[in-house]
Design a protein around this ligand. Structure first.
Ligand SMILES: [Zn+2]
Length: 442
Protein backbone atom coordinates (compact mmCIF):
# COMPACT_ATOMS: atom_id res chain seq x y z
CA UNK A 1 0.00 0.00 0.00
CA UNK A 2 1.35 3.44 -0.90
CA UNK A 3 1.49 6.11 1.76
CA UNK A 4 -0.04 9.40 0.63
CA UNK A 5 3.38 11.03 0.42
CA UNK A 6 4.95 8.25 -1.62
CA UNK A 7 1.91 8.08 -3.90
CA UNK A 8 2.23 11.80 -4.50
CA UNK A 9 5.93 11.44 -5.20
CA UNK A 10 5.17 8.59 -7.57
CA UNK A 11 2.54 10.64 -9.38
CA UNK A 12 4.86 13.62 -9.72
CA UNK A 13 7.61 11.42 -11.13
CA UNK A 14 5.14 9.66 -13.41
CA UNK A 15 3.68 12.96 -14.59
CA UNK A 16 7.09 14.47 -15.17
CA UNK A 17 8.26 11.50 -17.17
CA UNK A 18 5.00 11.53 -19.13
CA UNK A 19 5.43 15.22 -19.90
CA UNK A 20 9.06 14.70 -20.82
CA UNK A 21 8.00 11.91 -23.16
CA UNK A 22 5.32 14.09 -24.70
CA UNK A 23 7.60 17.08 -24.99
CA UNK A 24 10.64 15.18 -26.16
CA UNK A 25 9.09 12.42 -28.23
CA UNK A 26 11.87 10.75 -30.17
CA UNK A 27 10.85 11.25 -33.75
CA UNK A 28 14.16 9.99 -34.98
CA UNK A 29 16.44 7.36 -33.44
CA UNK A 30 19.56 8.23 -35.43
CA UNK A 31 21.52 9.74 -32.55
CA UNK A 32 20.39 7.24 -29.92
CA UNK A 33 21.53 4.32 -32.11
CA UNK A 34 24.80 6.07 -32.97
CA UNK A 35 25.51 6.68 -29.26
CA UNK A 36 24.79 3.01 -28.47
CA UNK A 37 27.26 1.92 -31.13
CA UNK A 38 29.85 4.51 -30.10
CA UNK A 39 29.61 3.23 -26.52
CA UNK A 40 30.87 -0.12 -27.84
CA UNK A 41 33.39 1.43 -30.22
CA UNK A 42 34.62 4.81 -28.86
CA UNK A 43 36.82 5.29 -31.95
CA UNK A 44 33.60 6.41 -33.69
CA UNK A 45 33.81 9.69 -31.72
CA UNK A 46 37.35 10.25 -32.96
CA UNK A 47 36.29 9.40 -36.51
CA UNK A 48 33.49 11.99 -36.21
CA UNK A 49 35.95 14.59 -34.97
CA UNK A 50 38.37 13.88 -37.82
CA UNK A 51 35.49 14.14 -40.28
CA UNK A 52 34.54 17.54 -38.81
CA UNK A 53 38.08 18.76 -39.56
CA UNK A 54 37.80 17.24 -43.05
CA UNK A 55 34.61 19.28 -43.62
CA UNK A 56 36.34 22.40 -42.29
CA UNK A 57 39.08 22.05 -44.88
CA UNK A 58 36.86 20.63 -47.63
CA UNK A 59 37.35 22.04 -51.07
CA UNK A 60 35.27 20.90 -54.00
CA UNK A 61 38.07 21.71 -56.39
CA UNK A 62 40.48 19.39 -54.58
CA UNK A 63 38.02 16.62 -53.74
CA UNK A 64 36.35 16.33 -57.09
CA UNK A 65 38.15 16.85 -60.36
CA UNK A 66 34.91 16.25 -62.29
CA UNK A 67 32.94 19.32 -63.29
CA UNK A 68 29.94 17.91 -61.52
CA UNK A 69 26.58 19.66 -61.73
CA UNK A 70 24.80 17.14 -59.52
CA UNK A 71 25.40 14.13 -57.33
CA UNK A 72 22.90 11.50 -58.54
CA UNK A 73 21.98 8.69 -56.15
CA UNK A 74 20.20 5.40 -56.93
CA UNK A 75 17.58 4.37 -54.38
CA UNK A 76 15.90 1.06 -53.63
CA UNK A 77 12.81 1.00 -51.41
CA UNK A 78 12.19 -2.29 -49.59
CA UNK A 79 8.57 -2.51 -48.45
CA UNK A 80 8.41 -4.94 -45.53
CA UNK A 81 4.75 -5.70 -44.85
CA UNK A 82 2.37 -8.19 -43.34
CA UNK A 83 -0.43 -7.65 -45.89
CA UNK A 84 -1.70 -4.57 -44.07
CA UNK A 85 -1.87 -0.94 -45.25
CA UNK A 86 1.91 -0.72 -44.73
CA UNK A 87 2.13 -2.50 -48.11
CA UNK A 88 2.04 0.94 -49.73
CA UNK A 89 1.57 1.52 -53.45
CA UNK A 90 4.33 2.12 -55.99
CA UNK A 91 2.72 5.52 -56.51
CA UNK A 92 3.30 6.43 -52.85
CA UNK A 93 6.96 5.42 -53.19
CA UNK A 94 7.29 7.48 -56.35
CA UNK A 95 5.81 10.50 -54.54
CA UNK A 96 8.59 10.20 -51.93
CA UNK A 97 11.28 10.32 -54.61
CA UNK A 98 9.58 13.43 -56.00
CA UNK A 99 9.69 15.07 -52.56
CA UNK A 100 13.41 14.26 -52.14
CA UNK A 101 14.19 15.87 -55.48
CA UNK A 102 12.06 18.93 -54.78
CA UNK A 103 13.74 19.41 -51.38
CA UNK A 104 17.36 18.65 -52.34
CA UNK A 105 17.13 20.55 -55.63
CA UNK A 106 14.99 23.34 -54.07
CA UNK A 107 12.74 23.21 -57.14
CA UNK A 108 10.84 26.49 -57.57
CA UNK A 109 7.07 26.22 -57.33
CA UNK A 110 7.20 23.14 -55.09
CA UNK A 111 7.06 22.88 -51.26
CA UNK A 112 10.87 22.45 -51.36
CA UNK A 113 11.37 25.66 -53.31
CA UNK A 114 10.79 28.28 -50.61
CA UNK A 115 14.28 29.67 -50.13
CA UNK A 116 16.29 26.65 -49.02
CA UNK A 117 19.75 26.02 -50.46
CA UNK A 118 20.16 24.10 -53.74
CA UNK A 119 21.91 20.90 -52.60
CA UNK A 120 22.82 19.57 -56.09
CA UNK A 121 21.73 16.07 -55.04
CA UNK A 122 19.21 14.09 -57.10
CA UNK A 123 17.59 10.72 -56.37
CA UNK A 124 16.08 8.06 -58.61
CA UNK A 125 14.49 4.65 -58.19
CA UNK A 126 16.98 2.09 -59.51
CA UNK A 127 15.93 0.48 -62.79
CA UNK A 128 18.58 -2.27 -62.60
CA UNK A 129 18.94 -4.59 -59.63
CA UNK A 130 22.33 -5.82 -58.31
CA UNK A 131 22.32 -8.61 -60.94
CA UNK A 132 21.57 -6.17 -63.77
CA UNK A 133 17.93 -7.30 -64.12
CA UNK A 134 15.12 -4.78 -64.70
CA UNK A 135 13.47 -3.44 -61.54
CA UNK A 136 11.16 -0.62 -60.49
CA UNK A 137 13.50 0.06 -57.56
CA UNK A 138 10.87 -1.31 -55.17
CA UNK A 139 10.91 -4.70 -53.46
CA UNK A 140 8.12 -6.26 -51.39
CA UNK A 141 8.70 -8.78 -48.61
CA UNK A 142 5.99 -10.18 -46.38
CA UNK A 143 7.23 -10.57 -42.81
CA UNK A 144 6.15 -9.97 -39.19
CA UNK A 145 9.47 -8.09 -38.87
CA UNK A 146 7.56 -5.10 -40.25
CA UNK A 147 6.99 -4.28 -36.56
CA UNK A 148 10.45 -3.04 -35.77
CA UNK A 149 12.42 -1.98 -32.69
CA UNK A 150 16.10 -1.23 -33.39
CA UNK A 151 16.90 -0.06 -29.84
CA UNK A 152 16.92 -3.67 -28.64
CA UNK A 153 13.69 -3.48 -26.61
CA UNK A 154 11.65 -6.61 -27.04
CA UNK A 155 8.82 -4.96 -29.00
CA UNK A 156 9.66 -5.84 -32.58
CA UNK A 157 12.32 -7.00 -34.99
CA UNK A 158 15.98 -6.12 -34.47
CA UNK A 159 18.00 -4.37 -37.17
CA UNK A 160 19.72 -7.66 -38.02
CA UNK A 161 16.32 -9.34 -38.50
CA UNK A 162 14.78 -6.54 -40.55
CA UNK A 163 17.77 -5.76 -42.75
CA UNK A 164 18.65 -9.45 -43.02
CA UNK A 165 15.38 -9.94 -44.97
CA UNK A 166 16.65 -7.96 -47.93
CA UNK A 167 19.49 -5.55 -48.59
CA UNK A 168 21.11 -4.36 -51.81
CA UNK A 169 24.83 -3.43 -51.81
CA UNK A 170 24.88 -0.16 -49.86
CA UNK A 171 27.92 1.24 -51.67
CA UNK A 172 25.77 1.12 -54.86
CA UNK A 173 22.22 1.88 -53.63
CA UNK A 174 20.65 3.97 -50.89
CA UNK A 175 18.58 1.27 -49.12
CA UNK A 176 15.30 2.50 -47.61
CA UNK A 177 13.23 0.00 -45.62
CA UNK A 178 9.56 0.96 -45.16
CA UNK A 179 7.93 -0.78 -42.18
CA UNK A 180 4.57 -0.80 -40.42
CA UNK A 181 5.91 0.64 -37.17
CA UNK A 182 9.04 1.52 -35.23
CA UNK A 183 8.64 1.23 -31.45
CA UNK A 184 7.89 4.35 -29.34
CA UNK A 185 6.11 6.00 -32.29
CA UNK A 186 9.43 6.73 -33.97
CA UNK A 187 9.08 8.11 -37.49
CA UNK A 188 12.42 6.91 -38.82
CA UNK A 189 16.17 6.66 -38.43
CA UNK A 190 19.31 6.55 -40.54
CA UNK A 191 23.00 5.74 -40.24
CA UNK A 192 25.66 8.36 -40.89
CA UNK A 193 28.37 7.81 -43.49
CA UNK A 194 30.91 5.08 -42.60
CA UNK A 195 28.44 2.86 -40.76
CA UNK A 196 28.77 -0.91 -41.15
CA UNK A 197 27.45 -2.32 -44.41
CA UNK A 198 24.96 -4.64 -42.62
CA UNK A 199 23.02 -1.65 -41.29
CA UNK A 200 23.71 1.28 -43.64
CA UNK A 201 20.57 2.98 -44.96
CA UNK A 202 17.29 4.42 -43.72
CA UNK A 203 14.21 2.95 -42.04
CA UNK A 204 10.91 4.87 -42.20
CA UNK A 205 7.42 4.00 -40.94
CA UNK A 206 4.90 3.66 -43.80
CA UNK A 207 2.54 6.20 -42.19
CA UNK A 208 4.98 9.02 -42.92
CA UNK A 209 6.55 7.87 -46.19
CA UNK A 210 5.66 9.80 -49.36
CA UNK A 211 2.78 12.22 -49.73
CA UNK A 212 0.11 10.09 -51.44
CA UNK A 213 -1.88 7.44 -49.59
CA UNK A 214 -4.73 7.05 -47.15
CA UNK A 215 -2.86 6.03 -44.04
CA UNK A 216 -0.49 8.96 -43.71
CA UNK A 217 -0.09 10.70 -40.35
CA UNK A 218 -1.59 14.18 -40.88
CA UNK A 219 1.42 15.91 -39.28
CA UNK A 220 3.97 13.94 -41.31
CA UNK A 221 2.27 13.50 -44.68
CA UNK A 222 4.54 15.55 -46.94
CA UNK A 223 7.50 13.16 -47.15
CA UNK A 224 9.83 15.22 -44.95
CA UNK A 225 10.73 12.37 -42.59
CA UNK A 226 12.72 10.84 -45.45
CA UNK A 227 14.25 14.21 -46.39
CA UNK A 228 15.42 14.50 -42.73
CA UNK A 229 16.78 10.92 -42.68
CA UNK A 230 18.65 11.37 -45.97
CA UNK A 231 20.19 14.46 -44.33
CA UNK A 232 21.54 12.16 -41.58
CA UNK A 233 22.65 9.59 -44.17
CA UNK A 234 24.81 12.44 -45.57
CA UNK A 235 26.21 13.29 -42.11
CA UNK A 236 23.91 16.14 -41.09
CA UNK A 237 23.06 16.31 -37.38
CA UNK A 238 20.00 17.74 -35.64
CA UNK A 239 19.93 21.53 -35.49
CA UNK A 240 18.90 21.15 -31.81
CA UNK A 241 22.23 19.64 -30.78
CA UNK A 242 22.44 22.09 -27.86
CA UNK A 243 23.66 25.62 -27.19
CA UNK A 244 27.29 26.62 -27.23
CA UNK A 245 29.06 29.90 -26.94
CA UNK A 246 27.52 32.43 -24.57
CA UNK A 247 29.74 32.78 -21.52
CA UNK A 248 32.21 30.36 -23.09
CA UNK A 249 32.94 32.88 -25.78
CA UNK A 250 32.48 31.96 -29.42
CA UNK A 251 33.78 28.43 -30.07
CA UNK A 252 34.30 27.00 -33.53
CA UNK A 253 30.80 26.35 -34.91
CA UNK A 254 32.17 23.66 -37.23
CA UNK A 255 33.19 21.60 -34.18
CA UNK A 256 30.18 22.17 -31.85
CA UNK A 257 26.41 21.73 -31.95
CA UNK A 258 25.38 20.38 -35.35
CA UNK A 259 28.86 21.24 -36.75
CA UNK A 260 27.36 23.71 -39.23
CA UNK A 261 27.85 27.47 -38.88
CA UNK A 262 24.79 28.90 -40.63
CA UNK A 263 22.23 26.92 -38.60
CA UNK A 264 21.77 28.80 -35.30
CA UNK A 265 22.14 26.46 -32.28
CA UNK A 266 18.89 25.29 -30.65
CA UNK A 267 18.56 23.78 -27.17
CA UNK A 268 15.60 21.50 -27.85
CA UNK A 269 13.63 20.15 -30.77
CA UNK A 270 10.66 22.04 -32.17
CA UNK A 271 7.35 20.19 -32.68
CA UNK A 272 5.06 23.01 -33.82
CA UNK A 273 4.50 25.05 -36.96
CA UNK A 274 5.99 28.41 -36.01
CA UNK A 275 6.65 31.39 -38.20
CA UNK A 276 10.39 31.40 -39.03
CA UNK A 277 12.17 33.23 -36.22
CA UNK A 278 9.33 32.53 -33.81
CA UNK A 279 11.50 30.84 -31.17
CA UNK A 280 14.95 31.34 -29.69
CA UNK A 281 16.31 28.74 -27.24
CA UNK A 282 20.04 29.63 -27.23
CA UNK A 283 21.93 32.88 -26.70
CA UNK A 284 24.75 33.50 -29.15
CA UNK A 285 27.25 36.34 -29.29
CA UNK A 286 27.79 38.79 -30.87
CA UNK A 287 24.50 38.28 -32.77
CA UNK A 288 21.74 36.19 -31.20
CA UNK A 289 19.85 34.45 -34.01
CA UNK A 290 16.48 32.73 -33.50
CA UNK A 291 16.15 28.94 -33.94
CA UNK A 292 15.79 27.85 -37.57
CA UNK A 293 12.65 25.78 -36.98
CA UNK A 294 11.96 25.46 -40.71
CA UNK A 295 15.18 23.45 -41.16
CA UNK A 296 14.71 19.86 -42.35
CA UNK A 297 16.95 18.71 -39.48
CA UNK A 298 14.51 19.86 -36.77
CA UNK A 299 11.29 17.99 -35.73
CA UNK A 300 8.85 20.58 -37.11
CA UNK A 301 5.68 19.18 -38.79
CA UNK A 302 6.19 18.40 -42.49
CA UNK A 303 4.29 21.34 -43.94
CA UNK A 304 6.46 23.90 -42.11
CA UNK A 305 9.88 22.54 -43.10
CA UNK A 306 11.60 23.90 -46.18
CA UNK A 307 15.27 24.60 -45.63
CA UNK A 308 18.77 23.21 -45.92
CA UNK A 309 21.46 25.89 -45.55
CA UNK A 310 24.61 26.38 -47.70
CA UNK A 311 26.64 25.13 -44.70
CA UNK A 312 24.59 21.93 -44.55
CA UNK A 313 25.02 21.44 -48.30
CA UNK A 314 28.78 21.83 -47.93
CA UNK A 315 28.79 19.19 -45.16
CA UNK A 316 26.69 16.78 -47.28
CA UNK A 317 29.08 17.21 -50.22
CA UNK A 318 32.02 16.52 -47.92
CA UNK A 319 30.18 13.37 -46.74
CA UNK A 320 29.96 12.26 -50.37
CA UNK A 321 33.78 12.44 -50.52
CA UNK A 322 34.48 11.05 -47.02
CA UNK A 323 36.99 8.22 -46.73
CA UNK A 324 36.15 5.67 -44.04
CA UNK A 325 38.80 4.46 -41.62
CA UNK A 326 37.71 0.91 -40.77
CA UNK A 327 37.04 -2.24 -42.79
CA UNK A 328 33.36 -2.93 -43.45
CA UNK A 329 32.34 0.73 -43.25
CA UNK A 330 30.40 2.13 -46.21
CA UNK A 331 31.49 5.37 -47.83
CA UNK A 332 29.49 7.27 -50.46
CA UNK A 333 32.29 7.84 -52.98
CA UNK A 334 31.20 5.22 -55.51
CA UNK A 335 27.41 5.56 -55.38
CA UNK A 336 27.18 8.64 -57.66
CA UNK A 337 29.89 7.68 -60.19
CA UNK A 338 29.10 7.38 -63.90
CA UNK A 339 29.88 3.68 -63.67
CA UNK A 340 27.37 3.12 -60.87
CA UNK A 341 24.68 5.18 -62.61
CA UNK A 342 25.12 2.89 -65.61
CA UNK A 343 24.96 -0.24 -63.41
CA UNK A 344 21.80 0.92 -61.61
CA UNK A 345 19.87 2.14 -64.68
CA UNK A 346 19.81 5.94 -64.45
CA UNK A 347 19.30 6.31 -68.22
CA UNK A 348 16.30 3.95 -68.01
CA UNK A 349 14.88 6.02 -65.15
CA UNK A 350 15.06 9.14 -67.30
CA UNK A 351 12.76 7.35 -69.76
CA UNK A 352 10.39 6.16 -67.03
CA UNK A 353 7.02 7.88 -67.01
CA UNK A 354 5.22 8.58 -63.73
CA UNK A 355 2.37 6.40 -65.08
CA UNK A 356 4.58 3.35 -64.61
CA UNK A 357 4.34 3.93 -60.89
CA UNK A 358 0.58 4.44 -61.01
CA UNK A 359 -0.49 0.91 -61.91
CA UNK A 360 -2.99 0.05 -59.19
CA UNK A 361 -1.73 -2.02 -56.30
CA UNK A 362 -4.25 -4.43 -54.85
CA UNK A 363 -4.13 -5.51 -51.25
CA UNK A 364 -5.95 -8.50 -49.81
CA UNK A 365 -5.61 -8.87 -46.07
CA UNK A 366 -5.35 -11.01 -44.14
CA UNK A 367 -4.18 -13.46 -46.76
CA UNK A 368 -4.31 -16.29 -45.93
CA UNK A 369 -7.34 -15.71 -43.76
CA UNK A 370 -8.50 -18.05 -41.03
CA UNK A 371 -11.86 -19.72 -40.47
CA UNK A 372 -13.01 -16.93 -38.18
CA UNK A 373 -12.20 -13.92 -40.35
CA UNK A 374 -13.01 -12.89 -43.86
CA UNK A 375 -10.50 -11.17 -46.13
CA UNK A 376 -10.71 -7.51 -47.14
CA UNK A 377 -9.70 -6.21 -50.54
CA UNK A 378 -8.40 -2.66 -50.91
CA UNK A 379 -7.11 -0.61 -53.82
CA UNK A 380 -6.91 2.89 -55.21
CA UNK A 381 -9.53 3.80 -57.79
CA UNK A 382 -7.81 6.27 -60.10
CA UNK A 383 -10.72 6.93 -62.49
CA UNK A 384 -14.46 6.66 -61.87
CA UNK A 385 -16.49 3.80 -63.33
CA UNK A 386 -17.76 0.26 -62.91
CA UNK A 387 -15.53 -2.34 -61.27
CA UNK A 388 -16.48 -5.99 -61.17
CA UNK A 389 -15.15 -8.23 -58.42
CA UNK A 390 -15.54 -11.97 -58.79
CA UNK A 391 -14.30 -15.04 -56.95
CA UNK A 392 -13.47 -18.25 -58.79
CA UNK A 393 -12.41 -21.64 -57.52
CA UNK A 394 -9.44 -23.62 -58.83
CA UNK A 395 -11.64 -25.52 -61.32
CA UNK A 396 -12.70 -22.23 -62.96
CA UNK A 397 -16.19 -22.13 -61.43
CA UNK A 398 -17.62 -18.68 -60.65
CA UNK A 399 -18.64 -18.58 -56.97
CA UNK A 400 -19.56 -14.92 -56.47
CA UNK A 401 -19.49 -11.63 -58.30
CA UNK A 402 -20.61 -8.08 -57.74
CA UNK A 403 -20.39 -4.84 -59.70
CA UNK A 404 -19.52 -1.56 -57.95
CA UNK A 405 -19.87 1.92 -59.39
CA UNK A 406 -16.83 3.65 -57.92
CA UNK A 407 -15.58 7.21 -57.59
CA UNK A 408 -11.82 7.91 -57.35
CA UNK A 409 -10.41 7.13 -53.90
CA UNK A 410 -9.65 4.07 -51.84
CA UNK A 411 -12.05 1.18 -52.31
CA UNK A 412 -12.26 -1.24 -49.39
CA UNK A 413 -14.58 -4.24 -49.36
CA UNK A 414 -14.96 -7.25 -47.12
CA UNK A 415 -15.12 -10.37 -49.27
CA UNK A 416 -17.63 -13.16 -48.56
CA UNK A 417 -16.39 -16.26 -46.73
CA UNK A 418 -15.92 -19.64 -48.33
CA UNK A 419 -14.69 -22.96 -47.03
CA UNK A 420 -10.97 -23.73 -46.77
CA UNK A 421 -9.28 -23.65 -50.16
CA UNK A 422 -7.47 -21.56 -52.75
CA UNK A 423 -9.50 -19.05 -54.72
CA UNK A 424 -8.92 -16.46 -57.38
CA UNK A 425 -10.18 -12.93 -56.95
CA UNK A 426 -10.64 -11.23 -60.30
CA UNK A 427 -11.04 -7.46 -60.57
CA UNK A 428 -12.15 -5.97 -63.87
CA UNK A 429 -12.07 -2.18 -64.07
CA UNK A 430 -14.02 0.09 -66.39
CA UNK A 431 -10.88 0.42 -68.52
CA UNK A 432 -11.30 -3.35 -69.12
CA UNK A 433 -8.09 -4.10 -67.26
CA UNK A 434 -8.28 -7.37 -65.37
CA UNK A 435 -6.23 -8.25 -62.31
CA UNK A 436 -6.21 -11.68 -60.72
CA UNK A 437 -5.07 -12.35 -57.15
CA UNK A 438 -4.71 -15.69 -55.44
CA UNK A 439 -6.41 -15.85 -52.05
CA UNK A 440 -6.18 -18.63 -49.48
CA UNK A 441 -8.54 -19.51 -46.70
CA UNK A 442 -7.28 -21.95 -44.09
ZN1 LIG B 1 16.91 12.91 -36.94
Amino acid sequence: MFSKASLLAFLIIFWNSLMINLLFAQHCLTDELFYQRAAQDPTLWHQLERFNYFVKNFSHAQADKTQRTKYIIPVVVHIIHNNGPENISDEQVWSQIQVLNEDFLAIAGTPGGQGGAYAQIEFFLARKDPDGNPTRGITRTQSPYTEHCPSGANEGSTEAQLKGLIRWPPERYLNIWVVKSICNNTLGYAWYTCSQKEIDGIVVAASNFGRIGNNLNPRYNKGRTTTHEVGHWLDLHHTFNGCYGGSLGEPDCELYGDFVCDTPPSAIANYACLRPGGRNTCVEIPIDYPDMTENYMDYTPDECMFRFTPGQVRRMHAALHRTCEQAGQVDRKYIYTEENLERTGYALWLNTSPAEYQTPQFLVYPNPSSYYESATVQYEVTSAGKHELSIWDVTGRLLWSQVFDLAPGTFTYQLPSFSQSFYFLKITTSQKSTYTLKILRN
